[in-house]
Ligand binder design. Structure first.
Ligand code: CA
Ligand code: CA
Ligand code: CA
Ligand code: CA
Length: 395
């Protein structure tokens, strides 16, 4: 695959179209060879069986030490459910971290604890939340959820989709936003369907088969969410009423976005990366900045963190060869030219990131603070303002 990789490079791209003072420069450093994933065909929530090199169904779950050396490697039949992303949480609050992927849970040394009966979407991004408030985390597949011991907590009438947990209404309990091939749905924390199968005018419900982002985009104190189809990136209010939409092109995968209030003015800028560009949107959904990238998109999305510890947030976006052509370094770090963007945490550890799932030092809390009572976000990072830059927030 060497021909599909781009060697290390540093480049500066002048930002354009961004209102001052958000004018950005992009400083890019490739972080090693990129490997283009194979293009995906038509997706279905039905299980796709993948096999290891020796022909066994599933894949290997691999853990590395902090220096990159191998810690352990376990064959995991449940990884046959089409490359799920991995999440970490201490489900039973006993001090040992469990490993969640797709519809399965392993303990901290990779031993499978249980596998859920329910199917998940390909490239599933299962999360964990204490939905019933008993101190243990439930494993949230979306259309269903399980107690930490593998017993069913709820099983809804929905088809499988991608779960996001936040408070999306007036009651203090969390809701589960499920976005998938059946459209946009919200469940109460009990699993009761609040609404199901919504979409925006002119877009088939089946196109929303991608992970979503929850954030207070307009700073009014109530959470909105961003979701994407193959050709739209859109922000909705909590009832799935469209706020704004912008055209994107992601027929090859199921990319997602994030958001961050770079200026600290109360309005968050949304970000999304399709097959050829990273877009940053202003509060009205206008493109404020776009940066070249290339990808046969799978499930990747841009993230925001203070990766160089300078007290100003950066955006990280990856690239690979799309139609044999890679237009940007494998990893790009995009910073404000004068580091005026406000500070962010220095960590983003998993696809289903929601701030309270990990401390800034990389440790996993034994008792995970309920994110819906604090920042009430999903797939966005926390701002850190003023002199307290880069101190972990009090959560
Ligand atoms: Ca545990
Ligand atoms: Ca619980
Ligand atoms: Ca609620
Ligand atoms: Ca809002």
């Amino acid at each position: 695959m060497a021909s599909r990789t781009k060697p290390g490079a540093t480049s500066v791209v002048n930002g354009s179209g961004l209102d001052s003072p958000i004018l950005a420069s992009a400083v890019s450093r490739a972080q090693g060879a990129g490997v283009a994933p194979r293009p995906m065909g038509r997706r279905s929530w039905k299980r796709t069986t993948w096999r290891t090199d020796d022909g066994q169904e599933g894949g290997d779950l691999v853990a590395f030490e902090h220096d990159g050396s191998l810690k352990w490697q376990r064959q995991a039949p449940w990884l046959g459910t089409a490359s799920p992303s991995i999440a970490l949480a201490d489900l039973d609050a006993d001090g040992d971290v469990e490993i969640i992927a797709g519809r399965a849970v392993a303990d901290h040394d990779g031993t499978t604890l249980w596998v859920a009966d329910d199917e998940v979407v390909p490239h599933a991004s299962t999360t964990a939340a204490d939905l019933d408030g008993d101190g243990d985390l439930e494993v949230v597949l979306g259309h269903s959820a399980y107690h930490h011991d593998g017993t069913v907590y709820y099983r809804s009438t929905l088809e499988p989709g991608y779960p996001q947990v936040a408070n999306l209404d007036a009651d203090p309990d969390p809701e589960i936003l499920v976005v998938g091939p059946s459209g946009i749905s919200v469940l109460e924390h009990t699993g009761e369907v609040k609404y199901a199968g919504r979409t925006q005018a002119g877009v088939p419900a089946a196109w929303w088969d991608r992970p979503a982002t929850i954030h207070d985009f307009d700073g009014d104190g109530a959470a909105e969410f961003a979701a994407s189809s193959a050709y739209q990136y859109s922000v909705f209010d909590a009832e799935a009423t469209l706020r704004w939409t912008s055209s994107i092109d992601d027929a090859s995968g199921l990319a997602a976005g994030t958001a961050f209030d770079f200026l600290g003015d109360g309005t968050a800028e949304a970000m999304y990366a399709d097959q050829s560009r990273l877009f940053i949107y202003d509060g009205d959904g206008r493109i404020a900045l776009s940066v070249p990238r290339s990808s046969w998109t799978a499930i990747e999305y841009p993230v925001v963190a203070d990766v160089d510890d300078d007290g100003s947030a950066e955006i990280v976006v990856v690239s690979n060869a799309y139609h044999e052509r890679q237009t940007a370094p494998t990893v790009q770090v995009i910073a404000d030219a004068e580091d005026r963007w406000i500070a962010a945490r220095r960590i983003w550890n998993q696809h289903a990131y929601h701030v309270t799932n990990v401390r800034e030092d990389g440790t996993i809390p034994t008792v995970q603070p309920p994110s819906w009572r604090l920042l009430n976000t999903f797939r966005t990072n926390a701002q850190i303002e003023g002199e307290e830059a880069c101190e972990p927030p009090l959560l």
